[in-house]
Design a protein around this ligand. Structure first.
Ligand SMILES: CC(C)(COP(=O)(O)OP(=O)(O)OC[C@H]1O[C@@H](n2cnc3c(N)ncnc32)[C@H](O)[C@@H]1OP(=O)(O)O)[C@@H](O)C(=O)NCCC(=O)NCCS
Length: 131
């Protein structure tokens, strides 16, 4: 079945909580994604197969030219089919249309190939503090 990608589409909290738990290996949460996204995000992309949510990426920003992707996730059974890369591509298009000039990401080492080869991020130096 065809997969569709929607920028700032309607989000079902329960479906996204399940997908996030599957992708990031934690118990299913109760996050009110709709409220969080509306309040804090520049946008987000939902990937759907029919009505089923199969992928998601969240895009936060500084209100200017910098945006940052978070929570990139694809359902286990839909992986390795280009859905993750297509989510990031759609996110980048949304950011460009909003006037952003830079899209940032950070990731664990095993995702280098996904980020650099599949998504087209270029390598930079970045830092992180656990709070
Ligand atoms: C990372 C993730 C979103 C990738 O989704 P996907 O739909 O499988 O990605 P794509 O099919 O677009 O990937 C294209 C290529 O990226 C690379 N890649 C993707 N996932 C990878 C992984 N987990 N480890 C190493 N390389 C990976 C591979 O080269 C892959 O090509 P291949 O499947 O032919 O080997 C998915 O694995 C996922 O949801 N992981 C759990 C959540 C997570 O870690 N998110 C990342 C936060 S930055």
């Amino acid at each position: 079945m065809t997969i569709t990608y929607e920028w700032r589409g309607d989000v079902d909290n329960s479906a996204l909580n399940k997908l996030h738990a599957e992708g990031f290996d934690h118990p299913v949460g109760q996050t009110d994604w709709r409220a969080r996204l509306q309040r804090h995000s520049l946008g987000w992309v939902c990937a759907r197969e029919g009505h089923r949510l199969v992928g998601f990426v969240n895009v936060v920003w500084d209100g200017g030219v910098h945006a940052f992707v978070l929570d990139t996730v694809v359902a286990l059974r839909n992986r390795s089919n280009g859905v993750g890369a297509a989510l990031v591509k759609a996110a980048a298009e949304g950011c460009r249309a909003a006037g952003c000039e830079w899209l940032h990401v950070d990731f664990e080492d095993h995702l280098r190939s996904f980020c650099f080869d599949a998504c087209g991020f270029r390598e930079t130096t970045a830092g992180l503090i656990a709070l």
